[in-house]
Design a protein around this ligand. Sequence first.
Ligand code: T6T
Length: 317
Amino acid sequence: TRQKFRTALAAGAVLAAMGLSNANAKTYTIALVPGIATDPFYITMQRGAAAEAKKLGVHLIWQGGASFSPETQIPILQALLAKHPDALVIAPTNKKALINPIKQYVSAHIPVISVDTTISDHGLLKSRITSNNTQGGAAAAKAIATFAHERGDVAVINVKPGISTTDARQKGFLAQMKHYPNMKVVAIEYDNDSPTKAFTEAQLLLLKYSHLKGIFGTNVFSAQGAGKAVDSSGKKGRVNVVGYDAEPGEVKLLKQGVVTTLIVQQPALEGKLGVKYAYDILSGHAGSVPKSKLLDNITAITKNANDPDISKYFYKS
Ligand code: T6T
């Protein structure tokens, strides 16, 4: 065995001298940093990413914070940079605050891809993968208008300004609402991604605007809070909640008819593409990676919530 060991060592040395062993043995490490670790949207994204990493033989590091904020995300990025992953896939929690931390990766020659959210400096990114958020916001406005027969007051519960996805959803929503002269957006509230804050805000809206026809909740926690408030106030059927995303709590409210429409994204596909594009770039196929990839949304309504062609898109927690 000693002899065999010596032979193996010698063979390794010959391959290394020929520059072959490293090229063949390289396992890429891709870091994926979600907006927040505990959100079923990102948990579903992680599943898609992990399956793709397994398929490609890539080592995936998944690390996210306990809240959706640059304050928790930036230290995670800095700690990860010290490990020097081969690529970074990230859902930046703010369009501006994440520019400098991402620049540090670019300076270290680590390719960066944004997934879901993005930063305003697109030049730093090899690719941007996201849903069509403007279309999703407009679809939400159409759903609310249809329910209200294009008449009456509506409100928005959003996360906070400065997030690319939810800003675009709100923009799409407001632009579409302009098509309904007899409808008015009476309030836009921000819940800081807290379901309890969204719940309280929705309760106050229901008190202040007694004739409110609808609330648009722009992500998981905003929609959950709005739905629960309408449910507990007994206003189901009178106030139409349209929400973004499809985690189990929202789907339950959809099936009950409290939430009438959900704009559903494809987080597993986003995670899969994030890993695939990173791998393509690292393995010399950068040419096949699009600078921008916009994914379609799926519209789920109370009536089709049990249809397998729709429910297959619902998120896992
Ligand atoms: O709506 C998703 C995501 O697209 C958004 O950027 C942040 O909120 C979610 O994670 C849902 O909570």
